[in-house]
Design a protein around this ligand. Sequence first.
Ligand SMILES: [Zn+2]
Length: 455
Amino acid sequence: MRTGAAVVVEGDRIAQILPADQAEGIDARRIELTDKVLLPGLVNMHTHAGAGPVGRAVSEDYELPTGMPFYVPLSRLWRHAYRDELREQFRAVIEWDVLGMMRTGTTTILNHASTDIEGYLHIADRVGVRTFAGPTIPLDVTARLGQLSGGREDRKQTTSEEVQLAELEELERMFGEWDGAAGGRITMVLGPAAVHTDEFSVLAGVGVAAKRLDCLVTTHLCQAPSELAATQERFGTTPLRVLQRAELANERLIAAHGTYLPDGDRQLAADSGITIVHCASRKAKEAVISPSVSFQDSGISIALGTDGFNCDMVEELKFAAMLGKIAVAQSHRPTAAEVLDLATSRAASILRRPDLGVIKEGARADLIGVAVTDPSIAPVLDVVQSLVYYGNGRDVQFEMVDGRVLIQDGAFLDVDLDGVRARAEAALTSIWESAIDAGVIAEVLPSINRTRPFA
Ligand SMILES: [Zn+2]
């Protein structure tokens, strides 16, 4: 850590890092970050913006079969939320979620969009966050989650091959419009939902398109035992081997979870260069710790993500460090510095953006300032250990992306937060009320009866 330094930002880049007294003569706007620590902005490598607020604090304590994602009982609730007629209204919920991520230190979001990618891209453009984004293929939430629900035939709907191929074609068209937009803050990615929900022709089509477009690909991989069983039944092999057949098992691939990756596929995961995104707090709700530290020991590339619900990447660092120690029964690893590296410079390298995730001359000015004076965190002898073990995202008081100040003194500068909150509340209330009227919630979660949780 360096003290008494000045970071000189010109345009969207860090131009110089100087001792503070040498910066006094520079003609520039000054932002004093007294009692704050300046860090590179955090990178959330897996989320579905908008999904979390719909179903936060609903099914976390639900009794589930081993390995079932805790939100699967909510699939019908999302189907309500993602209805076409609510599209405009729902954009406030997406924005609310994006602001939650930004407020807690995230400057780059990899959004595997589960609804309305265009709405999301307009929001990212406006609020100033950096994003890598693409919609899930198939987009239909019932088809995606029904496959994981284990046994209920009426939920095992699928999206036809024709529809999935049309979604891929539409996405390729969107690259022309959005890839590199907002001064390079927006990068498009391809996002097949998972091997067991996608037609093989679509996976192979994504493989071809990824090479042609030279883009990254994101997906879900081995997140539940039911996914492995369904893949075995359809393809006679494991999800990663299917991705290999589709020419997707390579450095472009950023795959969420990997929790149930068979041991026999570890070498392939390491040799192929894919990245597995560890979503520690999401999995903890299912009483599961993904083997991320042992994956690293096997030479597999790892990143960190929230997978929605929790939007706070600082909390995610804490979960990754603490649960990582429990998983390997060793108190000295992973260290706070190692998990922070995963969410900054390592993530940047996976995203093929060495200009992100570091504070150095020439890098993009994506920065956060963390307050370190609160009695709950001070004294701060080792900044990184203090942040990871004793801080949380609400300690982030300053945020800048591409040289633009977005948050100062803990408040957004260019966002009407109260207005977004009012619109998000209205949208969510109408979603919850109609879901209750339709019997969706009573059927899966009879204890939920509150529809105005913002009040
Ligand atoms: Zn996910």
